[in-house]
Design a protein around this ligand. Structure first.
Ligand code: UGA
Length: 438
């Protein structure tokens, strides 16, 4: 008989997982305590932007395999329950807040049928799964808990879920692994690497992967600082070192650094947890990774100040991009919006345009000004900042736009615009890590 699956928490991860599991033929129910979200999802409306996901949601709702509910008791009959609730950074420290995971697992354990498997997908501090498993067994000894970290990237969520580059399962016994092999039978058939681990290792894999990615980005941003001091060009440097297959070209994009709901908070939670474990020395370097990342935001503001002779008062700054990265409307810890807010606080008048993240940006930063188009945003600007590398920004014709700005200064915070084209059109062009003498 086909497995019945519940997905607890219908945020980014949960909706994607629920829709993808349904597309594999499973009967899936998505559960969330927010009734508005449940009503939207049941009507086929995705509360955020993710390429391809709304279509998949509509298709799977239409098959009847996918439903949503705000009642956890509706998940009672399921064989496998995926826990996909958030673990944000706590307000008064670096650690992750695991209370949503904790509460949902305890509530679920009280209603789940005997023999069912609870599977954590949320990113949690190492040791959480073992602790929760003990608690669950106290509630119902016929249940089990496994951990199955998620590696999907926003913007590629459907693709990454249906075709992950590896599957990691933290289990305590063969029975749990057997059930998860059934869930992921299609991927196993396609040859996706399958890694069985113990619970703590499976939790660590996730934070180790995100820490490594963050380290790669901060490494190249540190090189950008050195290039600036030495008159070098970090884009050429990144290209050159990337040809070494041990290094690779990916995640060597120098610029204003990483943001979003994952990398920054996972890094900090990892440091906080390692301190609790007495292994803080091992992760001391992550403090520097975080500092380099935040410094990139400050460095671009320095460039703005320099080009405006340190006089930001009343200047109009046009900002292209609000999302933390392209193909997403997520503005959590967005470097672009952080920079926008800091420039506005220094007395400038900031106008932002983003192809998809206007609503989410407006909610978080209502005091900034938002434009309906690139043209409106750049009109009368004393300086333009390119902060999220949407494709449409790369096709801006600098010759056409030079006539609408007050001052033709472009600062590329993502190293994705064609410097030669912008300069040939008459713009002053600056970028992080690229000496301005060129
Ligand atoms: C990240 C990981 O890449 C996923 O594997 C992981 O599953 C996910 O977190 C998670 O923990 O759930 P995501 O937050 O979607 O995914 O974003 P990334 O694509 O990793 O980008 C993170 C940030 O780094 C963005 O702000 C991006 O602009 C920045 N970045 C990326 C750079 O500054 N330079 C680069 O070369 C690459």
């Amino acid at each position: 008989m086909t497995l019945r699956i519940s997905v607890i928490g219908t945020g980014y991860l949960g909706v994607t997982h629920a829709a993808c599991m349904a597309s594999l033929g499973f009967t899936v129910i998505g559960i969330d305590i927010d009734p508005t979200k449940i009503a939207q999802l049941s009507a086929g409306i995705l509360p955020f932007y993710e390429p391809g996901l709304e279509d998949l949601l509509k298709t799977e709702l239409a098959t009847g395999r996918l439903t949503f509910s705000s009642q956890i008791s509706d998940a009672t009959d399921c064989d496998v329950h995926f826990i996909c609730v958030g673990t944000p950074q706590v307000k008064d420290g670096l650690a992750a807040d695991v209370s949503y995971v904790h509460n949902s697992i305890r509530t679920l354990a009280a209603v789940a049928k005997s023999g069912s498997l609870l599977v954590g997908k949320s990113t949690v501090p190492v040791g959480t799964a073992e602790r929760l498993r003990k608690e669950i067994l106290e509630i119902n000894p016929e249940l089990d808990l496994a951990w199955n970290p998620e590696f999907l990237r926003e913007g590629f969520a459907v693709e990454d879920t249906l075709h992950p580059n590896r599957l990691v399962v933290g289990v305590v016994n063969d029975q749990a692994e057997h059930i998860l092999r059934e869930v992921y039978a299609k991927n196993l058939g396609e040859g996706t690497p399958w890694i069985r681990a113990d619970l703590p290792t499976s939790e660590l894999v996730k934070v180790a992967a995100n820490s490594f990615l963050a380290t790669k980005i901060s490494f190249i941003n540190a090189m950008a600082e050195v290039c600036e001091a030495a008159g070098g060009d970090v884009t050429v440097l990144a290209d050159a070192i990337g040809y070494d297959p041990r290094i690779g070209h990916k995640f060597l994009g120098a610029g204003i650094g990483f943001g979003g709901g994952c990398l920054p908070k996972d890094l900090r939670a990892f440091m906080a947890r390692s301190k609790e474990l007495g292994a803080d020395r091992a992760l001391d370097f992550l403090r520097e990774i975080d500092a380099i990342n935040l410094r990139a935001r400050a460095r671009i503001i320095d460039l703005v100040r320099r080009d405006l002779s340190d006089d930001l008062l009343g200047k109009k700054i046009a900002i292209l991009g609000a999302a933390f990265k392209p193909d997403s409307d997520d503005v959590r810890d967005s470097p672009a919006l952080d920079i926008a807010a800091q420039i506005q606080a220094a007395g400038a008048s900031v106008t932002i345009y983003d192809p998809k993240a206007m609503d989410s940006a407006r909610k978080r930063f209502p005091a900034l000004t938002y434009s309906a188009s690139i043209k409106e945003c750049m009109t009368g600007a004393d300086l333009v900042l390119h902060l999220t590398e949407w494709k449409e920004f790369q096709s801006i014709d600098p010759r056409e736009y030079i006539s609408i700005v007050r001052n033709p200064i472009m600062i590329d915070g993502r190293n994705k615009l064609n410097r030669e084209e912008w300069q040939a059109a008459g713009w002053t062009f600056r970028a992080l890590g690229r000496s301005s003498k060129y």
